[in-house]
Design a protein around this ligand. Structure first.
Ligand SMILES: Nc1ncnc2c1ncn2[C@@H]1O[C@H](COP(=O)(O)OP(=O)(O)OP(=O)(O)O)[C@@H](O)[C@H]1O
Ligand SMILES: [Mg+2]
Length: 264
């Protein structure tokens, strides 16, 4: 089944009831060979993510969060196993089809922003829309709307070095939203934001998931974000340690209890 078919289905399906499996990970291992030793960044991970769900991934540094993001986000192939988005098995797509999936279906928010330093906020965001095939004028309009939605309507002409860290992160978020993706993958999206801006971003992600059926997957330690999630996955040493509904988690300031253990 080709990529275009998914696009058609996506439009027809519209507001699908939660419970439809959208992303699935099957027996995925990512093994690096380092000086003759195998390093398991992911070790036989199985995971099901539902359409429209808001999923948080927790785990200590080096536990495999970014590696899992890269596999789900069609940025890296696993050593064993495979991931699927809808009916598409990512390991079976050509590099051209993978590029189409990345551009049209997934909005990425990286911890390190990855903005282009020489471009204004507006052009950083509109470039993503141009790559999807829109005209420069339409792309600028879409970029301005997206930047306004994250509270940056007054900073369209600023380059990244003329913005604060939190504002740069919001440009990165506007860029992730501009193509109206079905999936948002966010690595610590509120890590560099002040409280108010962080809460605003959480509200935006939550609204997209509830009202527009966008599937949001985020790596986070932010308790406010964990509370808003539908489910929280804890990974350790490349393995899924627990999966819980967020209303089953005991979240207190500074501490969260997972599987009966306090995690700071
Ligand atoms: N290119 C590589 N070669 C060898 N080992 C690697 C490579 N990339 C990642 N790893 C190892 O894989 C494991 C998982 O890395 P990953 O970046 O997914 O962790 P993470 O959970 O995202 O950590 P953090 O919270 O610090 O971002 C780590 O132990 C890391 O050292
Ligand atoms: Mg990481």
């Amino acid at each position: 089944m080709g990529v275009d078919k998914v696009k058609v289905e996506d439009k027809q399906v519209g507001q699908v009831a939660l419970g439809e499996v959208f992303i699935s990970v099957h027996g995925v291992s990512k093994i690096y060979s380092l000086r003759g030793e195998d390093v398991y960044a992911l070790d036989n991970v199985d995971l099901t993510i539902y359409r429209g769900e808001y999923l948080s991934i927790m785990g200590p540094s080096g536990s495999g969060k970014s590696t899992l993001f890269n596999v789900i986000g069609a940025l890296d192939h696993p050593t064993k196993g495979y991931a699927e988005i809808g009916p598409l098995r990512l390991t079976e797509l050509s590099s051209r089809q993978l590029a189409y999936v990345r551009c049209n279906y997934i909005g990425y928010i990286f911890q390190s922003y990855n903005l282009i330093p020489s471009l204004t906020a507006l052009k950083n965001v509109s470039l993503s829309h141009i790559l999807m095939g829109a005209t420069p004028e339409d792309s600028d309009d879409a970029a301005a709307r997206s930047l306004k939605s994250v509270g940056l309507g007054h900073r369209l002409d600023h380059r990244p070095d003329e913005l604060s860290g939190g504002q740069q992160q919001r440009v990165a978020i506007a860029r992730a939203l501009v193509n109206e993706p079905s999936i948002i993958l966010a690595d610590e999206p509120t890590g560099n934001l002040d409280l108010d801006t962080g809460e605003e971003i959480i509200r935006i992600l939550k609204r997209l998931s509830v009202e527009e059926g966008v599937t949001v997957v985020t790596a986070t330690h932010d308790h406010k974000m964990l509370k808003q999630s539908d489910r929280v996955i804890n990974i350790r040493d490349g393995q899924v340690e627990s999966i819980q509904r967020s209303d089953e988690l005991k979240i207190e300031e500074g501490t969260i209890e997972i599987g009966g253990k306090a995690v700071h």
